[in-house]
Design a protein. Sequence first.
Length: 94
Amino acid sequence: MSLYAIDLLSNKFIVALLNSNVLFDYYREFINCSVNIQVNDIKQLPIIIPTKEFAFLIESLADKAIKKKQKLVDNDLEFIEEEIEDLIKTLYSI
């Protein structure tokens, strides 16, 4: 079974979303509490389609996080990851 991207969302947005605590907590609480993650499980995650502007904010932060990770600047990376988490919580009205 495969997981296919949709044209409305960039890969960076999807990666940021899937790496968020919001979706991880949802996954563990409502879909599968085991250590094994399956494609069919991922397909059950509620993906909210954001505005282009909101998606761009998350993508920009994801870009920064990737660059920081490549440079191994952990203190800056933690701050960026927190910003991404806050935006995703806003997206999901949490």
